[in-house]
Write a new protein. Structure first.
Length: 184
């Protein structure tokens, strides 16, 4: 963990001097300097005091880099294709357990010839077009603005039933270290 670097970044971003932190916390400038250069590890009580002086939650200082905000600009999205029908997938963002994907279904395209299953849970939002979805014995049609969700361990299928391309925003949650692609 790079707690010291995080403290320094926040302090500089907020235009706070080391002297100001020392005044609020009662800690020495040398100690704060050592903390910021990761040469010493402060106690939780000391971190709490530093966090209070920086006006940030203590929990934020303890986050690992991969747990912090992950930004994916539209022009930086990873775009892939998947399945026999080469559905276009725009990977919007992901965390350890959740992946968000914008899927473009050409007219008549589906997630496969037969329903498939995988670990995790999915939430779908129809952004554009009309979608048919089935999971086990449940079937339904959805239009723009509708949403549906399911446990992905039951075989399921999603198909564009309109004559225009359809867009579906899909969030996939798994309790493993890597959120799976909904077509896997």
């Amino acid at each position: 963990m790079n707690i010291g670097s995080t403290i320094r970044t926040i302090r500089k971003h907020k235009n706070i001097t080391i002297a100001q932190i020392c005044e609020e916390t009662g800690l020495s400038q040398g100690f704060i300097s050592q903390v910021e250069t990761n040469k010493t590890s402060p106690s939780i009580a000391t971190l709490e005091s530093i966090a209070r002086s920086l006006k940030v939650p203590l929990a934020y200082l303890l986050l690992r880099q991969e747990e912090r905000m992950n930004i994916v600009r539209k022009e930086e999205r990873k775009v892939t294709s998947s399945g026999a029908e080469k559905l276009k997938l725009e990977h919007l963002s992901s965390t350890k357990n959740v992946r968000m994907t914008l899927v473009e279904f050409p007219p008549g395209a589906s997630t496969g010839q037969v329903p498939h299953a995988h670990a995790g849970e999915e939430v779908h939002v129809v952004v554009k077009g009309r979608i048919y979805a089935e999971q086990g014995e449940d079937v339904a049609e959805f239009k723009e603005g509708d949403s549906f969700s399911w446990n992905a361990c039951t075989p399921h299928l999603v198909k564009n039933i309109s004559e225009e391309p359809a867009l579906v925003l899909i969030a996939i949650y798994t309790d493993s270290d890597q959120a799976q692609d909904f077509l896997s």
